[in-house]
Design a protein around this ligand. Structure first.
Ligand SMILES: [Zn+2]
Length: 288
C-alpha cells in the first residue's frame, strides 16, 4: 500500500496528486485542478479543467467570469465519488464558506484528505465540517498559535447589536470580506434578532446574490449607495475591510467603525486600522 507521501507531491504550481494527474488549489493555471473553495488564494483563474462543488463553481464564475472558472467545469455533490486517473476522488464539507470542501483521495488502499481552509463551529451559510478517516490529513493552519482562542460568534454579534442600541443615531460600518464573512455576518445578525434591512457596499452584492441563488436565506439587503443620509442613521452597513476607514464611510452619519476578523484578536491590529469595535469572528478553525 503506497503511503500518500509517495503519490502527493509539492510542486511549484501546488500540491499535485501524481496518479490522478491533478493539482489541488494550484497557485497558477494548470490542466486539471480540484478546487477546495472559491477564495482567491485557492481558486485561481485559467485552469483547463476544474472539479469542485457546485457552489464553489458558481462563486468562481461570479468572481472570475465564465471563462476564468475553467474551460471544463465538473461538479461533485458531497460524497459522490469519481475516478480521476487511478485515484478515487470525493468531496466532504469543510464548513469554511459556501461550497467549501475537503478533498478525499484514495489510491491503492491508502487515503489522503486535503482540508483547504475549514472550521468546525456551526455556520448557517454552509454545510458543516465532516471528519473523514484517512491515513494522511493535509491541513491549513491560519490561526494555529495559542493566542487565537476565538469567542463564540453569537457573543460578538451581541456586542455589535448592543452598540447599535447604545448609539441609535450613528451608522455602524462593519468591515468584512466579500465572500463568506459577509454572508455569515448577515446570517448571524438574523439569528441574533436583527430583522431590519442590512446595507451593503456595492463590492459585496454579487457574492450575496450567489449565496441567495444557492438557497442561503439573507433577508432584506439594500445598497448603501442608494440610501439617503437619514436612512443610514442607526443602520448596519457592511463594507470591504479596505473601505471602512476611507472616504466611503466618512459619508456616513458619525460612523462606528467595526471589523469582523479572526485577526481582531490582536488588539494592535484593530487600533492601527482605526477600528472602534473589533469583532473576533473567524472562518478558520482552531487546530490542536
Ligand atoms: Zn478560505
Amino acid at each position: 500500500m503506497p503511503h500518500p507521501e509517495t503519490w502527493l507531491k509539492a510542486l511549484p504550481a501546488g500540491l499535485y496528486c501524481e496518479p490522478g494527474g491533478f493539482f489541488i488549489d494550484p497557485v497558477r493555471a494548470v490542466d486539471r485542478a480540484v478546487v477546495t473553495h472559491a477564495h482567491s488564494d485557492h481558486a485561481r483563474p485559467g485552469h483547463a479543467a476544474v472539479l469542485a462543488s457546485a457552489e464553489t463553481l458558481a462563486l468562481m464564475r461570479a468572481r472570475l467570469g465564465e471563462a476564468g472558472a475553467g474551460r471544463v467545469q465538473q461538479t461533485l455533490a458531497w460524497g459522490e465519488a469519481v475516478t480521476v486517473g487511478e485515484v478515487r476522488v470525493w468531496l466532504a464539507p469543510a464548513g469554511h464558506v459556501l461550497g467549501s470542501a475537503q478533498v478525499a483521495m484514495e489510491y491503492r488502499g491508502s487515503r489522503a484528505v486535503v482540508s483547504g481552509d475549514y472550521k468546525r463551529v456551526a455556520d448557517p451559510t454552509c454545510a458543516g465540517f465532516e471528519p473523514v478517516a484517512c491515513d494522511v490529513f493535509v491541513t491549513e493552519a491560519t490561526f494555529a498559535l495559542p493566542v487565537f482562542v476565538h469567542p463564540p460568534p453569537d457573543q460578538e454579534i451581541r456586542r455589535l447589536l448592543d452598540s447599535v442600541s447604545l448609539f441609535p443615531d450613528r451608522t455602524h460600518v462593519v468591515g468584512c470580506y466579500s465572500l463568506g464573512k459577509c454572508q455569515r455576518l448577515i446570517a448571524l445578525l438574523r439569528q441574533g434578532g436583527w430583522d431590519g434591512p442590512i446595507w451593503l457596499h456595492g463590492a459585496l452584492a454579487s457574492m450575496c446574490e450567489v449565496y441567495r441563488a444557492c438557497g442561503v436565506e439573507l433577508g432584506a439587503l439594500h445598497l448603501a449607495a442608494a440610501a439617503s443620509k437619514g436612512e443610514l442613521k442607526g443602520a448596519i452597513v457592511l463594507a470591504p475591510p479596505g473601505s471602512i476607514a476611507d472616504r466611503w464611510s466618512r459619508r456616513m452619519e458619525d460612523p462606528v467603525v467595526a471589523l469582523a476578523s479572526g485577526w481582531m484578536r490582536v488588539r494592535q491590529r484593530a487600533k492601527s486600522r482605526g477600528v472602534e469595535l473589533p469583532l473576533v469572528i473567524s472562518d478558520h478553525g482552531r487546530k490542536r
